[in-house]
Design a protein around this ligand. Structure first.
Ligand SMILES: Cc1ncc(COP(=O)(O)O)c(C=O)c1O
Length: 420
């Protein structure tokens, strides 16, 4: 059994019960220390296995090309850095920032959202700054679930969605994402008894790792389903700008204009290459925002004000850098897909995100971990095994396009040698 922490999910359709007995490993020299059972599902980690394989490849003198992590290699723009640097010299930014961040940040996020999606947002009650969107999606279950309540999650999906439910002692029902359904969940397939015990559903489109996008009609169906069954609808939306064709993708709030049950999570990590700065925000139903703020008030004091000032500069300044980033990732995508096709690996062209989701050829169709560990050991090319993102990800690998086209082409040459 494999579990991912950081990037990925468990590979079980239905996860262990919160009250199961799990012995935790102890070393001989240690007294047996007792930890909470909720930690148990977070123990094993496919990425840890990959890290070991990457270290072994480096030790063997391989030249590592790491396509396994979705962390942008592009720099943060200068006007954003300048705003943060100025703040550093301003002592008024050095203290705690209480409650829900600065009014200026909340207003910048609300205005950005209104301009993009045409729905007005109250910056006082409907916006909450986060220390990265992962922090928000992982904390939200603490505000929604009682022990044993179900969360409906995508499989494959993003790990903080899983981790947050376990930390809240909730249970997980995974909705399989299959190629024949365009990697969208089928709500009618969820058993009635699970629906009755479900308190939240998490969607995320454009989707990591499958790169699928969702239509407004799909979101409307999700809203109707969740309204009918009294389920909170969460939409994790980090790839809002990383779209390669068309006019953009819908926000969940366009399907729930009253903000009756929905909350959406945004990040500056992808659009503005600010992953290391840890800044994101939630927009949505005022009661959900207040509940998440209550959880956060117990565990953190907000992101540093200087970084909020950098985020304001990013959200309100020129957006040409965002467009330039999209063009760079489109060019990488085109180069990489052409190179894979050239070596006979037919993969679909992703419509969005910074990833390529590729079905493995024989004999690897049922062992993505084996493929990835052997590939990195023998060639130095590191990619993520699909099973690390959930049971339905088995038989796939995810490439993160975080290098220039020339490096991506070298990676594909090495993959070709490995496959043949
Ligand atoms: C679906 C999804 N949510 C959240 C995140 C993390 O965002 P942040 O850096 O804001 O925590 C990622 C990063 O890869 C992601 O793919």
């Amino acid at each position: 059994m494999y579990w991912l922490i950081g990037e990925g999910t468990q590979n079980h359709a239905q996860y262990p019960l919160a009250n199961a007995q799990y012995p935790l490993p102890t070393s001989n020299s240690q007294k047996k220390m007792q930890f909470a059972q909720r930690l148990q599902p977070l123990q094993s980690n496919v990425f840890a296995d990959m890290d070991i394989a990457k270290a072994a490849a480096l030790a063997a003198g391989r030249d590592l090309i790491d396509l396994s992590l979705g962390s942008s290699d592009l720099p943060t723009e200068n006007h954003v850095i300048d705003a943060i640097a100025q703040s550093l010299h301003d002592p008024s930014t050095h203290g705690y920032l209480l409650f829900h961040g600065t009014q200026a940040f909340r207003q910048a996020a609300a205005t950005w959202y209104e301009q993009k999606f045409g729905i007005s947002v109250n910056p006082e009650t409907e916006v909450l700054p986060l220390i990265g969107s992962q922090e928000g999606t992982a904390h939200l279950p603490l505000a929604i679930l009682n022990p044993g309540d179900y969360a409906l999650l995508l499989d494959p999906g993003y790990p903080s969605h899983v981790g947050g439910v376990y930390l809240a002692s909730g249970q997980i029902y995974t909705m399989p994402l299959l190629a024949e359904n365009h990697f969208l969940p089928v709500f009618a397939d969820i058993p009635d008894e699970i629906v009755a015990k479900s308190k939240m559903m998490v969607l995320s489109y454009p989707h990591n790792p499958t790169t699928a996008i969702a239509t407004l009609a799909f979101f409307e169906e999700a809203v109707r389903f969740c309204q009918k069954h009294n389920i909170v609808l969460v939409h994790d939306f980090p790839y809002v700008d990383l779209i390669f064709e068309g006019k953009g993708v819908p926000s969940i709030l366009q399907a729930d204009r009253e903000k009756s049950i929905s909350i959406e999570f945004f990040t500056l990590s992808k659009s503005y290459n600010m992953g290391g700065f840890r800044i994101g925000y939630a927009i949505g139903n005022a009661e959900l925002i207040r509940a998440l703020r209550q959880v956060k008030a117990a565990v953190d004091f907000n992101q540093y004000k200087g970084i909020l000032n950098g985020a304001i500069a990013a959200l309100t300044g020129s957006q040409t850098g965002v467009d330039a980033g999209v063009n760079i990732f489109r060019q990488r995508r085109d180069t990489f897909i052409a190179a894979l096709h050239h070596i006979g690996w037919e993969v679909p062209t992703p419509p969005a995100t910074m990833y390529v989701w590729a079905k493995l050829p024989a004999p690897w169709t049922h062992n993505s971990v084996d493929f990835c560990t052997k590939l990195v050991k023998e060639t130095g090319v590191a990619v993520s095994p699909g099973s690390g993102f959930g049971k339905s990800g088995e038989g796939y690998v995810r490439f993160a396009l975080v290098h220039n086209p020339s490096i991506l082409e070298i990676a594909v040459e090495r993959i070709a040698e490995f496959l043949h």
